[in-house]
Design a protein around this ligand. Structure first.
Ligand SMILES: [Zn+2]
Length: 301
């Protein structure tokens, strides 16, 4: 059971919106694509965990802190007698292991994900000690991408390569697990210890003027086209949506991009790309939001 489900981070959501509406710099775009790929890998692993039977509690994307040191866990699973933590990697290509480091086949050294995973394990143990909940912790790095290979990987390393994933899941599934209130308390406490990431860190520089206006598709982020009967259709994947829901959805996006801006009919007509009249947009706002202020200072919340 997913006790804390996985959602796209605010940073990823923000970059998705910006990528659809402006040209990100090369670095920003690469960072965005990395986040997107990482998220895709995490969802892939969630599906595998979801297929396990038995009682278990899964908490995704925990950001924890101990003694002013923060650490992040992609996935944490509580079973009867163990806490498992999983660092999920969706990288692809050929790599080799040498001198405790990962290297791409071209020789470039990359960060050893096992170091991060083991560091998190130590910090989690300290945290558990502090809150007086004693469970053994096992930490694994999971490589989910079928196009990933690691040569010379020592067998004792707690990493699971794509070719081992099936037997690893079978082993996990074979362990009987019954949970009680102690496990629930542990999950609740970890959730209380979780810090929400700030959506405003590392945001690229952007301005309202430079963003392309219009309604983007919730599936593929391409722009949607106005069709008949208050419907819109995605120009790329043909996803259909009714106008009211599309407008409300992009108001949420607007709020994420411009948290300090007030929602007014005039601003939203422009944000929708000018395809809809003041009257139409105002009707949608009136029906779905509450009206604040008077006369020309009217806005919606
Ligand atoms: Zn689409």
């Amino acid at each position: 059971m997913f006790y804390k489900p996985r959602l796209a981070t605010s940073e990823l959501k923000l970059l998705r919106l910006l990528n659809a509406r402006m040209n990100l710099t090369g670095r920003e775009k690469q960072h965005y694509l990395n986040l997107e790929k990482g998220f895709e890998g995490e969802l892939k692993f969630d599906l595998l965990l979801d297929g396990l039977t038995g009682e278990r509690l899964i908490l995704n994307d925990l950001l924890l802190e101990i003694n002013n040191t923060s650490f992040q866990l992609d996935s944490l699973m509580i079973v009867q007698d163990t806490i498992y933590t999983f660092e999920i990697k969706n990288m692809e290509g050929e790599f080799y292991y040498e001198n405790h480091s990962f290297h791409s086949i071209s020789g470039t050294e990359i960060k050893n994900p096992n170091h991060q995973s083991q560091r998190s394990k130590i910090l989690l143990r300290q945290l558990l000690k502090n809150i007086n909940l004693h469970f053994p912790v096992e930490a694994f790095v999971i490589f989910v991408n079928l196009h990933f290979t690691l040569y010379q990987a020592p067998r004792e390393l707690p990493i699971i390569l794509p070719t081992q994933l099936h037997s690893f899941m079978t082993t996990l599934a074979s362990k009987p697990s019954k949970l009680n209130s102690r496990h629930t308390k542990l999950a609740e406490t970890l959730l209380l210890e979780h810090h929400n990431e700030s959506p405003y860190t590392r945001r690229p520089a952007y301005h309202y003027r430079q963003l392309k206006k219009g309604i983007t598709c919730p599936k593929c982020h391409a722009f949607m086209l106005k069709t008949e009967n208050r419907m819109l259709m995605c120009g790329s994947c043909s996803w259909m949506e009714n106008l009211d829901s599309a407008v409300m959805r992009i108001i949420e996006e607007f709020k994420l991009l411009f948290p300090d801006q007030k929602i007014t009919t005039r601003v939203m007509v422009d944000w929708c790309g000018g395809d809809y009249s003041d009257k139409t947009i105002r009707r949608i706002l009136v029906q779905n939001l509450s009206l604040k202020g008077y006369g020309r200072w009217t806005y919606f919340e």
